[in-house]
Structure formats: structure tokens, C-alpha cells
Design a protein around this ligand. Structure first.
Ligand code: CUA
Length: 304
């Protein structure tokens, strides 16, 4: 790792500690003087009011100039921190981050997709952030970075993981009923482990099941539908094929058995037949390729 590289964590912590340090010093100094004055000017010691100067040029100048310099130095430090956060190092690895109700997905330069953010230790990562639906915000507290994900727009932030490990990444902008579940992991791996993961084709040697699961994750389905029977924002996908469901179609309730046709229709246009007891929040998936749709339906048919 480039030793002169200031990480985003260092850049933000410096400013934080500087401002925090000054605040602590001022708090202690002001409190000490206050206590001292309370004792010194107590009624028992000073029964008569003391004359006080009406005007003192030096004092007035000092308490104007010194705080101005302190505040300007805070600004200067803050500005430097900000430019560090906005100046992406040249050798950064570009990863596309897509926010979607209610899941994050990551796309790498070689086309690899993932639902967790895997990164090599010591290499700067540039995140190209966007959203497919509403405002989200990609937030990694460990690296002190947070940036809005805006539909129709690309924002960016960068960070470098100095140590291997796993870190939490959150959505920091309220985006609806599943907001609190919009959490993922940043996994920082040593170079070799990362390369191994990066080169691995998720759909290559992996079996059909793995591929179906990956597709569900990368299209954001698993943000709301569990694969293990748990009830989330939407119904679980475990054993969905052949399930008897009550749906509302055009305002009329009816019962049906989940088959291929129903699955395809509900993936592409989820609100046509809305399953009773669930909110009408699933976005349509008009952009899904026929191959992916086929793959997902195949997978769901066997998920039991
Ligand atoms: Cu996405 Cu909150």
C-alpha cells in the first residue's frame, strides 16, 4: 500500500479530533474560569459591586481575532478532509453500486456481480453509486464515507481498506418499509484471495441452484423475499411453486395455484395479482432478460 496515501478514515478522523480537541479545551477553560469567578466574586467576599471597564480595545480585538482564527483553521482542516474524500487515487478499482428497494448490488469491471462488496486490502476502491427507484444512501461507517444514491444520477465516493476484515454497510436514507434491512457487508480480502474471488465465474462451474440464487440476489429479490421460509416484506420464495394463494386482481379476490405462468407474470408485473396481506410495493422488472427470467423461474420451481 502506498504509505503516503491518506485514507478516508484518517482524513475524517483528523478533522473530527481537531474540532473535538478544541471543543474540549474550551469547555474545560470556560468551566474553570466560571468556577473561579463564582468563588472569587461570591457575595461574602465582595459585598460591594466592583467597578468594571466599559471598553477595552485589546480585549475586544483579542476575542474577535482569536476565535476567527480558530474557526478558520477548522474550516481549513475540514476543506482538506473534504478534498481528500473527493480526490480518488488514480489506481482505484471501479465498482458500481446500485441501490434498490431494499438491497444493494455491486458490479465489477469484469462483469462480476455480488450482493456483498468484496475488495482487495490496500487498493483504493471508487464506488460509482446510483439507484433504480428512490433515494438511498450508501454508508460505510468504518471508512467514514456516506453518499446519496439518486435515481437517474451517478454519485461517487472512495475508500481503501487497510486491514483485512468485514465491515458493515448501511442505507442511510429512509427509503420505505424495508429500509432498516438494507444492510450489507464489505469484505476486505488480501490480494490473492480477492483475485481468486474476482476471477471466479459465479455462473460458471457453479450449479443451477447457485446461479438462480445469485440472480435473485443481484436483481434485489432477496431484499424482500426470503429463501428459507421467513416472512419479510414479501412472501417467502421457499416452496412457492404449487402454493395456493389468495390474490387481488383488479380489486377482486381470487384463489390460484402458483405455476410458471403466474411466476413470470408476477416477476414482470407484480401488481397485477397482489398476494393478500402484502403491500403493493414490488417494482416491475420490465428490464429483466428472458434468459434471466427463465433461470429464476426454473430455480423457484425447485426451491422447496
Ligand atoms: Cu435504502 Cu434506506
Amino acid at each position: 500500500m502506498n504509505p503516503s496515501l491518506i485514507t478516508t478514515t484518517e482524513a475524517v478522523d483528523r478533522v473530527f479530533l481537531y474540532i473535538f480537541g478544541i471543543s474540549v479545551i474550551l469547555l474545560l477553560a470556560i468551566t474553570a474560569v466560571m468556577v473561579w469567578f463564582v468563588i472569587k466574586y461570591h457575595r461574602t467576599r465582595q459585598p460591594q459591586p466592583q467597578p468594571s471597564p466599559r471598553y477595552n480595545l485589546w480585549l475586544e480585538t483579542a476575542w474577535t481575532v482569536i476565535p476567527t482564527l480558530i474557526v478558520l483553521s477548522m474550516f481549513w482542516y475540514g476543506w482538506q478532509g473534504y478534498t481528500t474524500l473527493r480526490d480518488v487515487p488514480e489506481n482505484a478499482l471501479d465498482v458500481r453500486v446500485t441501490g434498490r428497494k431494499w438491497v444493494w448490488s455491486f458490479t465489477y469491471p469484469n462483469g462480476r456481480t455480488s450482493d456483498i462488496l468484496v475488495v482487495p486490502v490496500g487498493r483504493p476502491i471508487r464506488l460509482d453509486i446510483t439507484s433504480e427507484d428512490v433515494l438511498h444512501s450508501f454508508f460505510i461507517p468504518a471508512f467514514r464515507i456516506k453518499r446519496d444514491a439518486v435515481p437517474g444520477m451517478h454519485t461517487f465516493e472512495w475508500f481503501v481498506a487497510s486491514e483485512p476484515g468485514t465491515y458493515d454497510a448501511f442505507c442511510a436514507e429512509y427509503c420505505g418499509v424495508g429500509h432498516a434491512k438494507m444492510i450489507t457487508t464489505v469484505a476486505a480480502k488480501p490480494d490473492q484471495d480477492f483475485e481468486e474471488w474476482y476471477e471466479q465465474e459465479p455462473s460458471g462451474e457453479a450449479d443451477g441452484h447457485e446461479e438462480g440464487r445469485q440472480l435473485l440476489a443481484s436483481h434485489g429479490c432477496t431484499g424482500c423475499h426470503s429463501l428459507d421460509g421467513a416472512k419479510m416484506v414479501g412472501p417467502t420464495l421457499l416452496g412457492i411453486f404449487g402454493r395456493e394463494v389468495t390474490v387481488t386482481t383488479n380489486g377482486v379476490e381470487r384463489s390460484l395455484t402458483v405455476d410458471r405462468e403466474y411466476l413470470e407474470r408476477s416477476i414482470l408485473r407484480p401488481r397485477v395479482d397482489l398476494v393478500k396481506g402484502y403491500p403493493p410495493v414490488m417494482p416491475p422488472n420490465a428490464g429483466l432478460s428472458p434468459e434471466d427470467l427463465e433461470e429464476i423461474v426454473e430455480y423457484l420451481q425447485e426451491l422447496r
